[in-house]
Structure formats: C-alpha cells, structure tokens
Write a protein that binds this ligand. Structure first.
Ligand SMILES: *Cc1c(COP(=O)(O)O)cnc(C)c1O
Length: 821
C-alpha cells in the first residue's frame, strides 16, 4: 500500500479519535460497504440531513416484510404488536437522552419544528411571562415568539457571555452572564405595578449546538436558568416567576445528545433524519412530567380524545401525556424503523462518533485558518470560534466560513457552492435558518439587515455579497460516516480554487476593468483575421435552433430569435435546465412562407405557426420574467396541447409582442439600464447575441483531453461550439482573443461587446439517443481557468448598434474586424 504522508500526519495528531476501532466495521469498511452511493462525492451537509446506511434500510425492509403492523388505536393482535413497538421506541428515545421514563415523556411529532410549535402553542403564557432565547437559534425556535407575544408575554433575545465569578472572587473562575435585549411586547405590561404571582411561567430557549457555527452551548445554562434565575436576572419584575428551559437538540444530538439526568431541561426537541438519515418527517418532543401537566391544548382529535359527543360541547381527553398531545394516528411505521437507526449509533457509540467527527472538523478548521494568499493575507474567516469553556462545550462538527481574495474582498458564498458541487462536494450556504447567529457572526447590524431586505434580498437568493459584506456563509458539516478523504477533498478544493488563484483570471480581470489586453506571445494580432462561421436562430427559448447562411438583423437581434417561450401553469418560464426534454423540440423558420415549423420526436404531427397575423392567437397577456413584465400573445389549446405533449408537462406557448414589451436583461434591477435596453431584447437571458470562438472551443477541448490523460474519471468530453447555444460562431486568431474586444464589425454592421457570458450547469447537459445526460464537464474545467468575479465566462455577449438601417443582414463568411479601444 502506498504511503500517504498527509494522512499519516493527520493520524499522528488525531489517530486516537478518528475512526471506530472497537466497532464491528472500522470507518473505511463502513464507508465502502454501507455508503457505496457516495462513491466520489464528499457529502458535507450533515447539519442539513445525515445519510442512512445500506444495512439500516435493508433491515427496515426485512422488518416491514415480515411483520404485520396494524393501526395502534385498534384492538387487534397486530395493533398490539404496533403499540408494543411504539412503547419500546419511546423508551429508546428517552434512553438516548439518559432521561428517566419516570421523569420524562417522549411525544412523537412530525419533526423538531413540530415539537417547537407544540411547546409554543401549549405553553402556559400569561401577560407576566417572558420568552427569552439566545441569538443563536433556528427560525423554528424564533417562531415561538409569536405565541408568546400574542398572549401578552414579553420577548427577549439574549447573548450568553462569560464574566468573572462574583461568588468566588480572586479564584480566576468565570461564570455565565446573560445579556438580554427586549424585542417586543404587544400589550401594556399592567402587571408591572402588581406583584407577580407564583404561577408565572417563563421560557428560555437555546440550541445545544448552534446549527450555524457548530458552537456547543455549555449545558450548565439549564441549571443556571432554572435554579439561579434570581442571580441571572436580578430583581427585575420582568423576569420573576418560574423559568422553564427548552433545548433545541435537533443538531446537537447527532453527536452529543444532552444528558437529561444531569441537565433537567423541561423540553427537548429532536428530529430523527438528523441522527441517522431515515425516517424523515418524524421527531420527538421530550417533556418533563411537571411542565407537561401545565401545558394547555385547545384541539382534540382522534388519538387524543377518550370520549366526545358529536352534538353537545362535551369531550374528555385521554390521560397519558403522549396520548394527550399526539393528534391522529402517529407515524407508526416510521416509529417502527427507529430502532434500526439507533442500532447503528449504539454499535459505534455516541462518544466515539463525537470524537470521530470532531477530529475531522478540528483538522479542517486548523487547516483553513492556516491558509494564506501569496501576499500573506488570511484566506478564511471562520465563524463562532471560541475556546471559552464556560460558554462552550467544544465546537461541534460544523465549520462555517467565508473566503477572501488577496485584496481583502470577499468571494461570494454562492460561487464557492457552485464550484464545490462541480468538484463533487456537497455543502450548504446562506444563513441556515439561523438569522440571529448569521447577523451576529457576520457583523450585520439591524440597518444592514433591513436595507438588504428592502433591496429585495431573501434567504435563498443569489445575492451573496451586499454593500461589500457577505449576507451568509459556507457551511461544511461532518457525520458519523465522514472520512479523512472527505476532509482532504474539501481542503484541496479550497486550496486549488481560492488560494492558488488561476493566473488566467488576471487577464480576464483586466479585460473587465478596461485595461489593455496582454498581447499573446508569438502572434501578431494585427494580422489575425476572423470570419463568421455560422449563424443560429433559436425562435423558442430553450428549444433547439436552426442554422442559416444569411439572416436579417433587427433592433432586437436576429429576426425572430427567442420571440417565443413556454410557460408552465403557474407562470414559470420553462428552460432546458429544468425541462431537459425541450432540447428535442426542433424549430425552423421559412421567411418566404412566413411560417415557423416545429417538430418533436414525441409528437407525430408537425406544427406550423404563422409569423404574421396568426388566427390562432387568442389575445394579449402579461408574463413576468426576472422581475420584468412582458406583454405577450397567447395561443389556443391546440398549440398548447402539442407543446405539453412534447415536453411531458402542461405548458403554454407565448410570443413576445415586440414593441410594447418592457424589457430588461437578466437580473438587472437598475431602472437606468432597463431603459437603455428597453425594447431591444426578446426573451433572451442577457443580451441579443452570444458569440463563440472556434479557437476558444479548441483550447477548451485540449484542456479536457489533458485532464482525462491525467487520470480524471468519467467519459471523454468533447464539446462543439453548439454546446454553448451561440447565435454566432467565428473562427480565426488566438483562443480568447474575443475577451479583449470592445467594438466589432461583422461585414459592415457594428456591434458592442457587453463582456463575457456567465456559464452555468446547462452546458454540462447533453442528449444522446433520446437520453439527457449530465456531467461536470466542461463547466468544471472552465471553472479552473475562466473565473472572473464569481462568474465562469466563456464567449462574449453582443449588442447590435446600427439599428436605424432597414433590411440589414448577416452572412456566413463575412469578415469580423475587432476594435479594442
Ligand atoms: C434541523 C434543525 C431544526 C429543524 O428541524 P426539522 O425536523 O427539520 O423541523 C431546528 N433546529 C435546529 C438546530 C436544526 O438543526
């Protein structure tokens, strides 16, 4: 076996923690036999959901195929089997948290969120109550605030900090301090005048592990809040009464379930897909008996009612805590599959899992912190790191970070995510449903947050940098089956893609900033000649186009180019990215006949659509594309049915009605730019024309071949210019000469270059013998040398400038003259 010095160094440092030497299968066997589907994917989103193992699923299927599970509410034998299993599952869940069945109950819910909602809904809120939560909390916890406020309670966000311990001065010991900020109260706090009575209940909520940063809260917080609330909050009448504590353990319990025999939290929520991948849609609320008695439920239902009378206001609830809260029939098959998941965790043991994932996360964190650009500047900012033990019980197996360029500007997290997925690394980006931690760690003020929201930023959009600051982060998180190989693959990706920046990007940068394009060695650019090799028109957006020898130019580009599109019932525009079958729709326009011919292998009939005064046009309507409204013409059922059959889903064909349209390039919200472009585009993505150079494509193919020779896996990829769906293909000169062009003339027609075309996964799709195939190429290779400011550029976008002329045509074979001024 070959020696792997990097792994040896890792094992020297972390060997005691890494892997499962005492389990039936060590980590490499486990991975090779139970997770074959990971193959060469590094799955690093275990904080999002972890993965089920093969034997776990096999055992579940075998179990289901050999047992008869009836409805647990029936009285048959099969139901008795089910209720035995359910009881056993409850015991197992309590056991996982070291919670005594005498002290705690396990209520099954549809997930952690449903458990949190149940607490919010049934908590004994009053006008004297306080709901307090740490800034680091999932949206599903923050939502409890609405129940509290609606019942007149006060809501506070809290920062947990470390201070010197006043009880033991000079001891050097520290203590927990809570700094609370009032969020809101909806009704007048009359009670402040009165003495708070004994039965005021307050709730404090925190996650055992922050799903944004991986920070594990010190669980002493439970006891401090419950026993020392006076010390924490002083004599403020706001915080008097009984404090109950809720732990959101959805993330934390995957490696370190809170020990409820030591930290007697009142409520704990968990979700099972986070523990062992399957089943989804099942979680639990673990509740202490005493607070369970105080919770007030409004709804009664099958499952929760002992007796009720249909036509008078009478019902009697069931006695047991579980029966009181579980509405309807519980998800008994999912519950029956739980023990197959617990079996895996128990075989590995939770302490070993915790050590294993920590070794990987610590290794990655240390390596990331060490990364430096050539100018000595740090590459990576990691969020939530702390070594203060009073606050934090070590970091969990999550690393959240953002990356900087050598000049200190940020890489957008979307760029990192897109490139990661091309490299077979599954990560997650954004704020991870944890807006408080996100704002806190990224240093976003209330005014930053509000101005971003006002500018239209929402959780899952592409605006990763606003006003120079990241709006979220990149998160990698490890699970029990993660390996050193995963960690290394991720680190290599960061090193190669963000530290040793591709040198070519400098010339692309200079092209973007208007600097002079560097003269390519050995070529006299003055003598290079360029010719137009092909013209392609795509009448229906995202469908196949047709090539011609000559074609008329209009002020919207090539005549009839992307004048039509298909939209779904809910108004969404169909594209090949989502509906790959669109590539089987072929088009052809005969200008003399005035007809658009459309064909599909899915439809026997060919379609003919008249270009002028089509009688099948029904009327005008509006569609919205990239926040711009277009006025369009719609067709009748016959044509719509044809297209619906062709793409295999319901859709309608619409045609841009030309001059009345409000048109704006993709994503460009600036009204000024909109006006510049007004009425100069059809349904295009970014510009009127896309120009691709054969020489650039040849260079790309060389690189793809070299990569394959150097042992990269996968089938050979050879791309043709048509892969990029260009309108114009040219030949001549050096590869990427077009990057430096500002103005150009084709024949005697003038064009302006709008810069490089940003490429996406769509160029990785091919169709072979009726099958749509996806791979990582050529985008992965382009990403290695064609990245500019978060984009992967190939080809240039053009605008036709001479729009006063009538009857202007382009012809294949015309010479192209470039101007770089
Ligand atoms: C995943 C998660 C949730 C939500 O859990 P669901 O089961 O999806 O409702 C809540 N809190 C934290 C910390 C989580 O990680």
């Amino acid at each position: 076996m070959a020696i792997d010095p990097e792994k040896e160094r890792f094992l020297r440092e972390f060997g005691e923690d890494y892997g499962y030497p005492n389990a039936p299968k060590n980590i490499d066997e486990l991975r090779a036999t139970e997770f074959k589907r990971l193959d060469d994917v590094a799955y690093l989103d275990h904080a999002g959901a972890t993965l089920y193992s093969e034997s776990q699923m096999e055992a579940i299927f075998k179990d289901f195929n050999s047992n008869i599970y009836g409805n647990p509410h029936s009285q048959s034998d099969c139901s008795v089997t089910t209720s035995d299993f359910v009881d056993e599952a409850r015991r197992q869940v309590l056991n996982f948290f070291n919670a005594s069945p005498r002290e705690y109950k396990c209520i099954f819910t549809s997930g952690a969120t449903a458990g949190l909602k149940l607490v919010g809904e049934t908590f004994p809120w009053s006008g004297q109550s306080t709901f307090m939560y740490t800034m680091e909390n999932h949206n599903s916890v923050l939502g409890i605030r609405e129940y509290a406020l609606n019942k007149g309670a006060a809501a506070f966000s809290a920062d947990v900090e470390e201070v010197a311990d006043h009880d033991q001065p000079n001891s050097g010991k520290s203590a927990i301090k809570i700094i609370a900020h009032q969020v809101q109260r909806r009704s007048e706090p009359e009670f402040l005048k009165k003495e708070a009575t004994g039965d005021t209940y307050n709730l404090f909520a925190f996650p055992s592990e922050c799903n944004f940063s991986g920070l594990r809260f010190n669980l002493d917080l439970v006891n401090v809040i419950k026993e020392d609330s006076y010390k924490m909050f002083g004599t403020s009448p706001l915080h008097r009464g009984n404090w109950m504590v809720l732990i959101d353990a959805a993330k934390g319990s995957t490696t370190m379930p809170p020990d409820l025999s030591k930290y007697k939290a009142d409520f704990v929520v968990v979700s099972f897909y986070k523990l062992f991948g399957y089943p989804t849609g099942l979680g639990a609320l673990i509740v202490r008996n005493e607070p369970a008695k105080l919770m007030k439920k409004t709804y009664f239902s099958g499952g929760t009612v002992a007796a009720s009378i249909a036509d008078i206001d009478y019902f009697k609830r069931r006695e047991g805590v579980e029966e009181y809260f579980e509405d309807g029939t519980i998800s008994f098959l999912s519950i029956a599959s739980l023990h197959h998941g617990f079996k895996i965790l128990n075989a590995l043991t939770m302490p070993a899992i915790s050590r294993h994932v920590s070794s990987l996360a610590t290794y990655v964190r240390n390596k990331l912190l060490d990364l430096r650009h050539a100018n000595g500047h740090r590459v990576c900012t990691i969020y939530g790191l702390t070594d203060r033990e009073v606050l934090c019980n070590k970091m969990g197996p999550t690393v959240s970070f953002n990356l900087k360029r050598p000049d200190g500007s940020w890489f957008g997290y979307r760029e990192v995510e897109k490139l990661a997925s091309l490299s077979g690394i599954q990560s997650r980006t954004g704020c991870f449903c944890n807006p408080g931690a996100c704002a806190k760690y990224l240093g976003l003020s209330h005014s930053d947050l509000l101005s971003n929201i006002e500018a239209g930023h929402i959780c899952w959009d592409d605006r990763d940098i606003m006003n120079g600051k990241p709006t979220g982060a990149v998160r990698v998180s490890f699970g029990y089956m993660s390996t050193f190989g995963d960690a290394r693959k991720f680190l290599r990706f960061i090193e190669n893609g963000f530290v040793l920046l591709p040198p070519e990007s400098t010339h692309l940068d200079s092209f973007r900033t208007g600097a002079i394009y560097p003269v390519t060695e050995g070529v006299d650019r003055a003598t290079a000649r360029y010719f137009l090799k092909s013209i392609t028109v795509y009448p229906i957006k995202s469908c196949a186009g047709f090539s011609v020898e000559s074609w008329p130019l209009t002020r919207t580009g090539l005549l009839h180019d992307r004048e039509w599109l298909l939209k779904s019932l809910n108004g969404e525009i169909l594209t090949q990215k989502k509906v790959p079958d669109m590539c089987y729709i072929t088009t052809l326009i005969d200008l003399n006949l005035g007809i658009l011919f459309v064909e599909s292998t899915r439809c026997e009939e060919k379609l003919q659509i008249k270009l002028t005064s089509d009688p099948s046009i029904l009327g005008k309507e509006e569609v919205e594309i990239h926040s711009q409204r277009y006025e369009v013409q719609a067709y009748g059922d016959e044509i719509d049915n044809w297209f619906s059959n062709a793409v295999g889903r319901h859709c309608t064909l619409v045609r841009s009605s030309g001059s009345q349209s409000h048109l704006c390039p993709n994503g460009n919200k600036s009204p000024r730019i909109c006006r510049d472009f007004a009425t100069s585009l059809n349904f295009v993505n970014e510009a009127q024309f896309l120009l691709i150079s054969e020489e650039s494509v040849a260079d790309l193919n060389n690189r793809l071949r070299t990569k394959l020779q150097n042992g990269s896996r996968g089938p050979p990829t050879e791309v043709t210019p048509m892969r990029f769906r260009p309108n114009l293909v040219m030949s001549g000169g050096e590869p990427y000469a077009e990057d430096g062009w500002r103005n150009l003339k084709i024949g005697d027609k003038y064009f302006t270059s709008l810069g490089g075309c940003n490429r996406c996964q769509m160029i990785n799709m091919t169709s072979r013998s009726g099958e749509v195939q996806r791979s990582n190429e050529p985008l992965a290779t382009l990403a290695s040398y064609r990245r500019v400011k978060g984009k992967i550029c190939f080809g240039i976008l053009l605008r036709y400038e001479d729009n006063t002329e009538h009857d202007a045509w382009l012809h294949v074979g015309q010479e192209i003259y470039a101007n770089m001024d």
